[in-house]
Design a protein around this ligand. Structure first.
Ligand code: C2E
Ligand code: CA
Ligand code: CA
Length: 666
């Protein structure tokens, strides 16, 4: 029984929810009490003493008005604390008990005055008022029950004692209604409480879900290794800064930082050491973040920074200086200390681009250029960079639309055996005469062909043209043709190459394909398989640009190459350099031991020719002998070189003392 009168002291949230519901209902209850009391006082005014029709009701009405005012005030002011909410509910229960008793006493005191109508009014007043008040207090079980007890019990007892059958009947009716209402109220109270509890559970679960999703979001935007924001967060931030700048016209910069020689750390000390180094770098760069500077790790050894509100180039210089300063102290690499430097590429909004992607690409371009030309420095994307990007785009566009059959042709550069003074082969070199751009160098359009995945088609056209020319050459002269990395990696292109070779009518033994080390590096197994199939056809394979890449002798061995072409960079140093002659000599000796042919390319002067011949290299290629020529000039060139040899033989000149300004004039 006592539990029925308990208050939600232990559950402030429930108290608050009850208060919430009551804040509308209780004022309404006081309005009804007020008007019912006024009506009862008025009907009894002429029959009952004044203290019962004026003084007492006035007092009760004043208390109602005061309580009404309090509740109206509370309605706009939520209970600040749980204690306050519980206090309000307590005061409500107390008021229900006291006012209920007072109204009951007052109404029953009025009963003896007036006739049966007025007696019925008293009974009706009490019945209707209790029903109405119970209804309004439904959410606070203790208040509703207390009110029912203090009103209904005296009410029933009183009217039974009147012995008036009608009044007793009404009283019993009223008892049943109140009992029914209490039952309904008890159930309703449970439902209400359950509702509050489940709402609370729901809110708790929602908060937990929100917390988890916040955590997920945090992790999704964080780089695990360095705890810096990650690439995704970087681009989100870039979008935010960009749209703010688009509105207020502020200038800002995107800077990309790339550690110099990081790959070496990974290769030499292993990935774990690389990771530890990145963690150290991340921690140091974090010190620069904050205020106008946002720093993220974009992946690998690349970091990105957004310098918002960067007014002057001096701000960028300051940032670069700060980066250099924080990276300056030695880092632990493996079990050593090493100094780490980085290159920085910067793009400034709005000059370098108007979208996030554009700015990023431009900063990347500047970084790429920095790596090539100014390692460890800062390169700011400039108009010149813009021009070269435009040119590259124009070249790419023209290349995509080019008619290879009509616009591509092949030039031939002789490879000469200086001892025999004879052309042993011609290297086929691609030439593009674009109607729109004029002559474009292969160094420019071959990378474009690779980038656009059109190199396969181009190779097929060039090889067909080159072999069609070579077919007419005298028997001992071979043709050398360059294959790119992508060619070796594409089974379709390699199948086309084999078909073209077969159809050309040129004996495979007179065909040689040149591949570079970079081609082998991309996918060694695939390149090895492609080279193996070429060998099986009977063609020869040469390793081009030897000495510029890893120069692994393992390749030479595993791939059973036929020839090595020593890169022209060694020849340019052969006369005055110290290491180049030694390297050439070693490679020549190596080739001799492995029974490989060896060609030195890029011989531009007589002194160079003399030097390489003295180092033992008798197969040479270079501008000094002949620049690449058109197919019509091939036969003449072969004859001229043979004639020069004959003339020298007749004059008794030693081949290694070649003095042939005539050759260079070609
Ligand atoms: P590469 O295969 O190393 O070809 C030799 C390059 O050196 C040629 O440049 C040639 O003209 C140049 N050269 C020859 N003698 C000298 C010299 O004495 N001094 C100097 N400085 N250079 C000399 P080219 O024709 O501009 O070709 C450049 C590169 O383009 C080639 O280098 C090759 O990698 C690529 N390439 C050319 N044609 C083709 C082709 O048909 N297919 C593929 N995949 N690449 C090709
Ligand atoms: Ca070549
Ligand atoms: Ca070469």
């Amino acid at each position: 029984m006592l539990a029925l009168f308990s208050l939600p002291d232990h559950d402030p949230e429930l108290a608050a929810a009850q208060l919430d519901m009551l804040s509308d209902q209780v004022p309404l209850m006081y309005v009804i009490l007020f008007s019912n009391a006024v009506t009862l006082a008025l009907t009894h005014y002429r029959y009952a003493p004044k203290y019962l029709t004026i003084a007492l009701p006035a007092g009760l009405i004043l208390i109602c008005c005061w309580r009404f005012g309090l509740w109206i005030r509370w309605r706009h002011r939520r209970a600040g604390s749980a204690v306050a909410a519980i206090m309000r509910i307590r005061s409500l229960v107390a008021a229900a008990g006291l006012l209920g008793s007072a109204y009951t006493v007052w109404a029953l005191c009025l009963f003896p005055y007036g006739g049966p109508y007025l007696q019925c009014h008293v009974e009706f007043f009490m019945a209707i008022t209790i029903v109405c008040c119970n209804f309004c207090l439904m959410q606070v079980r203790a208040a509703a029950l207390l009110l029912s007890v203090v009103v209904t019990i005296p009410f029933i007892v009183f009217f039974i004692l009147t012995r008036q059958p009608v009044l007793i009947a009404i009283a019993l009716n009223m008892f049943l209604v109140t009992a029914g209402m209490i039952l309904a109220m008890l159930r309703n109270h449970e439902t209400f409480n359950d509702l509050i509890v489940s709402k609370r559970e729901l809110t708790k679960r929602q908060q937990e879900t929100q917390r988890l999703s916040d955590e997920n979001l945090r992790l999704a935007n964080l780089d695990m290794l360095t705890s810096l924001p990650n690439r995704r967060r970087f681009f989100a931030e870039l979008e935010i800064v960009m749209s703010a700048a688009a509105q207020n016209g502020a200038r800002f910069a995107v800077a990309l930082l790339d550690l110099d020689r990081f790959k070496g750390v990974n290769d030499v000390h292993g990935h774990a050491a690389g990771d530890r180094l990145l963690t150290q770098i991340g921690l140091r760069l974090k010190r620069l973040a904050g205020g106008h500077i946002f720093i993220a790790r974009l992946g690998g050894d690349e970091f990105g920074a957004i310098l918002s509100d960067c007014q002057l180039d001096a701000d960028i210089a300051d940032f670069a200086r700060d980066v250099r300063q924080v990276l300056e102290g030695p880092c632990v690499v493996g079990n050593r200390l090493a100094k780490i430097a980085c290159s920085i590429g910067v793009a400034i909004y709005p000059q370098a681009g108007s979208t996030a992607d554009e700015l990023f690409e431009r900063a990347d371009y500047a970084l790429y250029h920095g790596k090539q030309t100014n390692k460890g420095g800062v390169v700011i994307f400039s108009d010149e960079h813009e021009t070269s990007i435009r040119n590259a785009a124009r070249t790419e566009q023209a290349f995509r639309l080019a008619d290879y059959e009509a616009e591509m042709w092949v030039a031939f550069q002789p490879i000469i055996d200086v001892m025999a003074s004879r052309v042993i082969a011609f290297e086929a070199l691609a030439r593009w005469q674009s109607p729109e751009l004029g002559a474009v160098a292969p160094d420019i359009f071959i990378p474009v062909a690779e980038r656009t995945q059109l190199i396969g088609e181009l190779t097929a056209v060039l090889l067909t043209k080159a072999l069609a020319t070579a077919r007419n050459w005298p028997a001992p002269i071979s043709i050398c043709f360059n294959l790119s990395a992508q060619n070796l990696g594409s089974p379709e292109t390699m199948a086309a190459v084999r078909r073209i070779v077969k159809a050309s009518g040129v004996p495979p033994a007179r065909i040689e394909f040149e591949v570079t080390e970079s081609a082998l590096l991309q996918d060694f197994e695939q390149a090895a398989a492609a080279i193996d199939r070429l060998h099986r056809m009977g063609v020869r394979v040469a390793l081009d640009d030897f000495g510029t890449g890893f120069s692994s002798l393992g390749y030479v061995h595993r791939l059973q190459l036929d020839k090595i072409k020593i890169d022209k960079s060694f020849v340019s140093d052969v006369v005055h350099g110290r290491t180049a002659p030694a390297i050439i000599k070693t490679v020549v000796a190596l080739c001799r031991n492995l029974q490989l042919d060896c060609v030195v390319e890029g011989v531009e002067t007589e002194a160079q020719l003399r030097a390489v011949v003295l180092l033992g290299c008798t197969h040479v290629q270079g501008y000094f002998m002949s620049k690449p020529v058109a197919e019509e000039a091939v036969t003449r060139l072969v004859e001229k070189i043979a004639a020069l040899g004959r003339a020298r033989a007749l004059a008794g000149i030693e081949p290694e003392a070649l003095q042939s300004p005539g050759l260079a004039a070609n």
